[in-house]
Design a protein around this ligand. Structure first.
Ligand SMILES: C[S@@+](CC[C@H](N)C(=O)[O-])C[C@H]1O[C@@H](n2cnc3c(N)ncnc32)[C@H](O)[C@@H]1O
Length: 377
């Protein structure tokens, strides 16, 4: 595949850059990518009590207004050491939309002026109806007396309304979803329906807790613990963090490798890498995702990178396959109605070229990722 001139790079968040700043560098540095919740300076505040409820006690049903618990798939329960959480009351197949919820109000995520934010939140809370106010004041506040109770609750619970916006939303039910570094679900803001959706990333068993990630990227163990303690005031004891030391170190090595590949692929877009090498690296990244049990938004993102590499090099055959894979992965995580899913569906349809029919299985994958020894198309 001949190398074309470097062009401007488009990040997931919509930002373009034409200089030597790699996409992954931007992701690391950008506050939009860094802050999954209200983005403000960390304030050392006393911990609000989480978990003042009897363990495993069923607490509410998803009857709060504006929430679609799609088919009554979960209930709210007290989770040991975590406060409340959502638990599946039936088997939830991979790709299922578990929840679709409108925010009760929106707040800026990057407002560093606490006084102004206090006023915004106070006004929004005052506008809520009595039921909503009751549910709002039932949410966790990890900031203790550092702010007004309303602002503390907002800062603890606000979720981002997309990755290319500085706006956050307060959700009465999605806010009850706890974190796991090996999360089984993903939250996404769907601009087309103006709702936050939560989709199952894998089959979830009846009785299993529904979890999302609060992490902005895929950091190693010590970085994860530091971030979660600083921003959310808890020590993570998820399946990944509780691995025996040697397994945890192996996981950290894989995560570092994923980060390094992400950075290297970012450098492709400004001319720092040959396309064959970029695709080879992305192939390795997918192997690492599999070993590490990563099924979230990193999957469509990596396929999208491969799609852009192929497109940029005029390689319609591969671009068609990668567009289809990006679309399939987005659909699982965000549903058919999300703007990014719809965009990738169109991209795949527009590339109506035939893929090499004579190849299948490993041979096809070797060709697709331009691995050594692959048959040329
Ligand atoms: C947005 S709230 C989630 C719902 C919360 N459990 C509740 O009862 O309202 C975030 C807070 O929940 C708790 N939390 C979330 N995930 C946790 C986990 N994996 N382990 C311990 N606490 C967790 C932490 O106190 C965190 O600051």
């Amino acid at each position: 595949m001949p190398k074309k001139n470097p062009r401007k790079v488009l990040c997931d968040c919509g930002k373009r850059f034409g200089d030597s700043q790699s996409r992954s560098q931007h992701i690391r540095d950008s506050p939009l990518h860094k802050q999954p919740v209200v983005a403000m300076a960390y304030t050392a505040a006393a911990l609000g009590p989480v978990g003042e409820v009897e363990e495993n006690q069923e607490l509410t049903t998803s009857s709060a207004k504006g929430i679609e618990s799609v088919g009554g798939l979960y209930t709210v329960k007290a989770m040991a050491g975590k406060g409340k959480g959502l638990v599946a009351i039936t088997k939830i197949p991979k790709g299922t939309r578990i929840l679709s919820e409108a925010p009760i109000f929106r707040v800026p995520r990057d407002n560093s002026n606490i006084n102004s934010l206090e006023r915004i939140v106070a006004n929004e809370v005052e506008r809520l109806n009595v039921d909503q106010q009751r549910s709002f004041f039932d949410l966790t506040n990890i900031y203790g007396n550092a702010h007004s109770r309303s602002l503390g609750i907002a800062r603890t619970n606000v979720l981002p309304l997309g990755s290319n916006t500085s706006s956050g939303g307060l959700f009465l039910e999605a806010s009850l979803i706890n974190h796991s570094c090996r999360h089984n679900s993903q939250n996404t803001w769907n601009e087309n329906i103006s709702r936050l959706t939560v989709h199952a990333l894998q089959d979830i068993k009846e009785g299993e807790e529904i979890t999302i990630t609060y992490l902005p990227t895929t950091p190693v163990y010590t970085e994860r613990q530091r971030f979660l303690q600083e921003k959310f005031k808890f020590d993570c004891k998820c399946e990944l963090c509780l691995l025996p030391r040697t397994e945890r170190e192996r996981s950290d090595t894989r995560l570092r490798e994923i980060q390094a590949i992400d950075k290297a692929v970012g450098s492709y877009f400004w001319g720092g890498l040959e396309p064959e090498m970029a695709l080879n690296l992305l192939h390795t990244m997918f192997l690492l995702f599999g070993e590490e049990g990563i099924w979230d938004g990193l999957i469509p993102r990596a396929y999208n990178d491969a799609y852009e590499i192929a497109t940029e090099n005029g390689d319609k055959l591969r671009a068609r396959v990668f567009a289809q894979r990006t679309y399939d992965a987005r659909r699982l995580i965000e549903g058919d109605d999300s703007p990014t899913t719809i965009k990738m569906k169109r991209a795949a349809e527009e590339l109506s070229v035939e893929t090499p029919q004579r190849l299948s299985g490993t041979e096809f994958e070797n060709w697709l990722w331009m691995l050594k020894g692959a048959l040329t198309s």
